[in-house]
Design a protein around this ligand. Structure first.
Ligand SMILES: [Mg+2]
Length: 121
């Protein structure tokens, strides 16, 4: 479905969803950011204290995988909601940030390393 979905359609869906529920009043940048982090934390919670094997099991078991997918959906809702309400072009923001990251993390320095760019010699 990702290959057939466009981000503007998702933003339009989120706008309609929020308008129908009169939730706009609760969607300041701060509240949407809190929502995003809260949902990201709910995603993280599912993997807390889990070994690599247990995490693989979570993703390979339909019931627990569904919980992961639901939290990812919640994270994406808040991200889309923020971008829709505050007129941020998600694709453009993503591409610009990735261009910066490619400069910060050139392949010849970053390949195979998980260091922050400021730790490069
Ligand atoms: Mg959630």
């Amino acid at each position: 479905m990702d290959s057939k979905t466009n981000i503007q359609e998702l933003k339009d869906f989120v706008r309609k969803h929020c308008e129908e529920r009169d939730w706009d009043q609760y969607h300041s940048p701060k509240e949407l950011s809190i929502g995003l982090i809260t949902e990201a934390s709910e995603l993280l919670e599912q993997f807390r204290f889990k070994t690599d094997e247990q995490m693989a099991e979570i993703l390979n078991t339909p019931k627990t995988r569904l919980h992961v997918e639901e939290e990812i959906g919640d994270v994406f809702f808040f991200l889309l909601c923020f971008c829709e309400k505050y007129d941020i072009d998600l694709s453009d923001a993503f591409k610009k940030k990735m261009e910066l990251n490619e400069k910060k993390y050139p392949i010849e320095k970053a390949k195979g390393l998980n260091k922050k760019y400021s730790e490069y010699e």
